[in-house]
Design a protein around this ligand. Sequence first.
Ligand code: GDP
Length: 374
Amino acid sequence: MRAVGAFDDLTERITDVGEEAEDASVSTEDLQKSEDELEAELEAELAELEEGEEDEPAAEAETSSPELDTEPAAEPEPQPEPEPEPEPEVEQGGYQIDPERVEDLLWDLELVLLEADVAQEVARELRDEMERRLPRIRVDAKSEVPQAVESELTSAIRSLLEGRSFKFDEWLLTEDERPLTVMFVGVNGTGKTTTIARVAHRMKELGFSSVLAAGDTYRAGAIEQLKQHGDKLGVRVVNHEPGSDAAAVAFDAIDHAESRKKDLVLVDTAGRMQTDSNLMDELAKIDRVADPDLTIFVGDSLAGNDAIEQAKEFDKAVGVDASVLTKVDTDAKGGAALSIAHAVGKPVAYLGVGEGYDDLIPFDPDWMIERIFE
Ligand code: GDP
């Protein structure tokens, strides 16, 4: 089911709950009414009693004690001021979610998040946050309940992603050192080479020069692919023969960038499975030789939990500073990318949103949230 459908469905379910909130307010009004009626009845009875007293003054005289007439009347004890009655909740701000239905609504919310491909642990975290927020919702009209719930959910997702964005462009501007070396790691097929080409393109547009290091020496195709991107973009690619030492390629690229006063060295690396210890040793060697200023993990947003595992393994081997999530355009429901952004625990620099050179956008939590609620 697409997220759009799922959230429409949720809106209907929330509206139902809103109606129940209204019902609850009606029944409280009814209670209020019967209180008023009771009060009126009581007043009527008192009035009757008073009339009776006026009619029978002798009876009162008969009952009064002669001793009481001679002794001074005792001072009445001062009574404490009565505490004001607490206002019923519904009178404070109109409608609220019926407390008895909160549990159902939370279940619906969690289901919708799971249907939108949000990972289970992230959906559970959001559910817990909403459990705290829902009872505090107060709106003026029943029709505003679904909107209020959606806005709380948006704000819960936003706080989940808070501090999770790495502003690459700003980083480049604030760092004085040149060249800056950025190493890209990730398993094959996630979009590492494409991402490097897109970053080089973006940097060129911003006025920064780059050198690309063809560090995936395992695959002749990978070297070729990077060279083709370099040709198209007018960016220099440093490469060695297939099978050669990747750390040496990175070293030469940095050397070239230093002599030509380039701003950036973008290092491609091999990307077999993250469980391959030879690969991790090789990456550790490139890391020692190139001593990158930034290491970026490239993850396929559709890989779900695999991407989270990959990020952890690469982080263990070389220390990941930030990530790029690719293929967000194919994550129709948007929840997978959101989960990875949260679970990887590293700030996200960019999102890959297509196959073109321009399809790389700085990570923006609001962009992602809008996609989920679009
Ligand atoms: P690498 O093996 O990690 O270097 O992956 P590649 O850069 O060769 O990319 C693998 C495939 O994913 C290619 O067909 C790319 O065009 C495609 N790809 C990369 N990033 C994106 C993206 O953001 N969106 C889409 N739809 N495809 C992408």
